[in-house]
Design a protein around this ligand. Structure first.
Ligand code: AMP
Ligand code: ZN
Length: 184
């Protein structure tokens, strides 16, 4: 089946236009709360410009990226939490259309974190930090597509806590462990 614009993978493009979902809205981009948050705080910054993913970016888009980052900072400020507990970046292989910057707290305590791949997509190199995307655009003029093998490898690496490297055999074990960091 070819993906139509009615498909789930176009939901960000549809929902960013819905006022109720616009946590912050500017002429450049919209900040939405992630509908299936993988941590206590998880926002998406989505530009109005029709850019499908990081792989369509060019160095001329760096000012837009910087605007998106500032909106991410605004979203973090709205939580009243320290900037230090957040990371901003892009997935190496996004599942949804339209460029989206993840702004996510590093606790990974969420009912929506249901698969090993969910966790690994945020704690391995699969999560491409904002700064590294800007640097790659400056150095190479574009974001180079990563290999299928690398992508599959990163999503399947053994589970280990992102805060203390504690290895976990199963996701339930990891989730329990992550909750213990919240209390400490
Ligand atoms: P990615 O894997 O980088 O494409 O991430 C897509 C993100 O969009 C995931 O974190 C999803 O939980 C989130 N998501 C999916 N549908 C929606 C939606 N309709 N509104 C807000 N966030 C969504
Ligand atoms: Zn730990």
């Amino acid at each position: 089946m070819t993906a139509s614009t009615g498909s789930w993978s176009y939901a960000l493009i549809r929902d960013m236009k819905v006022p109720a979902y616009q946590f912050i809205k500017t002429e450049v981009a919209v900040v939405m709360r992630d509908k299936y948050p993988k941590a206590r705080y998880h926002f998406l910054v989505i530009p109005w410009a029709d850019i499908d993913s990081v792989y369509q970016l060019s160095p001329e888009d760096i000012p837009l990226l910087n605007e998106m980052r500032l909106l991410g900072v605004n979203a973090i400020e709205s939580t009243g939490k320290s900037q230090d507990i957040f990371r901003m970046g892009f997935h190496m292989q996004p599942s949804m259309h339209r460029l989206h910057l993840h702004v996510i707290s590093q606790d990974f305590v969420s009912d929506r974190l249901r698969y090993k791949e969910h966790f690994n997509s945020f704690v391995t190199e699969f999560f491409m930090p904002f700064e590294s995307i800007v640097l790659e655009l400056q150095d190479k003029g574009r974001i180079e597509q990563r290999s299928k093998e690398l992508i599959e490898h990163l999503l399947r690496v053994p589970l280990a806590c992102n805060q203390c490297d504690f290895p976990c055999n199963t996701l339930p074990q990891l989730k329990k462990h992550l909750e213990s960091h919240l209390d400490s």
